[in-house]
Design a protein around this ligand. Sequence first.
Ligand SMILES: C[S@@+](CC[C@H](N)C(=O)[O-])C[C@H]1O[C@@H](n2cnc3c(N)ncnc32)[C@H](O)[C@@H]1O
Length: 400
Amino acid sequence: MSVTGNQRQIYLRLVASLRPHFRTDVNLPERIQKLLAREKRFGSRDRRLYRELIYTTVRYLPWVEPLLDQDSERAAATVAWLSVRNKATASYRTELTSGWPDCPEKLSNKAAHLEQDPKVLLPNWISAECPEALATKELDVLNRRAPLWLRLQTPDLDIVTDEFDENGWSWKISPIKPDAIEVTSESNVTDSKSYRHGVFEVQDLGSQLILETNQIEAGGHWLDACAGAGGKSLQLSRMLGTEGKLAVHDIRESAIDELLERAERAGLENIVIPANPTQDHYDGVLIDAPCSGSGTWRRSPHLKWVTTTEDIAEFARVQLSLLEEYADCVNPGGQMVYATCSLNHRENQGVVASFLDRRKDYAMTPPFRDFGYTPSPLGLNILPARYDTDGFFVATMRRR
Ligand SMILES: C[S@@+](CC[C@H](N)C(=O)[O-])C[C@H]1O[C@@H](n2cnc3c(N)ncnc32)[C@H](O)[C@@H]1O
């Protein structure tokens, strides 16, 4: 059998073993990781090829599933055609799709070529939860792999760009945020010297914009109540500066350990871990709440198929309870910043409306900067298409 024929067989075997889990397993990425790690004869390029093919299958599942049942060779060729062209996939794609036109950039053109409906690539419930996501430009971006964004932790851009140039990695600076860099070529940025020295962090541009929509004064005392491994904490810590103080909390202790490691790498010294975060008072509290993650479908396409409307209702309940838990910790005149990486109105504007209904001592504040997004009276949707990002939501409420 030819090399490509053999690769196609392997792809079909891997997908057959994953198929029962595509629409049920919230931890599908870990399952895929383990599956690929078990294949001892795979080199790193093989793993990159099969990972890309599997993720393409999940991203376009409603288009690919019927083909897998009817004509597995056609399914494999379709997935190859839809996959991203890079060093790992190039020859496989070329051989399996010879005679096909080049795969177009736009989803609507891909759909037209395959005689498919682009809207089925999002779950049915999205039309009620976030109809904006069905606009052609959003659909297009939501079904494309996310770019790689970095956030600089130094004013000296050259430290990073000199190293990237030496490695032959191409990059560009965001026109709206001069310390955000997009890496536009294949790269391994976390292996770089600048990364090891804390000169930058990997963080989606949309995530970087959340804090930028707020007026955060240097020298303030803030709490990041759902800090996780610190994506936003590190950014907030820099905004507060050496005179400021940032308390961080998360129910996952292992995430806080990782946050502290990253803070040390970045040389940040204003981060503290409160013994009881709800006992203190702060100038601002950030609730970057657990959510359905519908804004991260570009990176985690399986969430499109495993998330149910019951899950969304449960997230909204937890989100509201987090806001209520921390509402008394904000000093009068201080800010409560509520953020999610969800597109769903029920988890976003819906939660904010319920909170404001219960806490008359809070009022909405318009965004300090809106970056051209359209603010609603209950917060700002950071939709993916405008700057090619993940999707987020942010609302700032001031305590009277
Ligand atoms: C969206 S993630 C936070 C991401 C993080 N802020 C960042 O920028 O990388 C939500 C976090 O909330 C945490 N979490 C869930 N329930 C919580 C609770 N009751 N109190 C505090 N943290 C909670 C989760 O462990 C998770 O790390």
